[in-house]
Design a protein. Structure first.
Length: 116
């Protein structure tokens, strides 16, 4: 889902050279299930980094921050425009794949991005 997060933000004016925070971020889990601190796969944070670096390194914290700033509704709208029909939860964790999406839908969305 992260490429869809970035595409939604690009449509709203975010540029590749913009700086985003790669730092600890707390998100609500939804349905009063508490909160969770988002970590990166390497358990490290790099601080402010360019969007292009956050995207190329698939930084979880930056993707969640972008989703919070630009709105999960924008991410969902972008996913729908690219053909994803699976139910997507309106939670920040959707940016990291918390909503189940059929593989064929996701590959079709990636194909649409690549051919644009």
């Amino acid at each position: 889902m992260k490429p869809l997060v970035y595409l939604a933000a690009f449509h709203q004016g975010l540029g590749l050279d913009a700086t985003v925070p790669d730092e600890p971020i707390e998100v609500p889990l939804g349905n009063d299930a508490g909160t969770k601190w988002i970590e990166n796969y390497d358990k490290r944070f790099k601080g402010p980094i360019p969007v292009r670096q956050a995207l190329s390194e698939s930084r979880n914290a930056a993707a969640v921050w972008i989703t919070r700033e630009f709105g999960v509704d924008e991410v969902i709208r972008t996913a729908r425009q690219l053909g994803i029909r699976s139910p997507l939860q309106p939670f920040l964790s959707t940016a990291l794949g918390a909503s189940e999406v059929r593989l064929l839908e996701l590959t079709d969305a990636y194909r649409a991005m690549a051919s644009a």
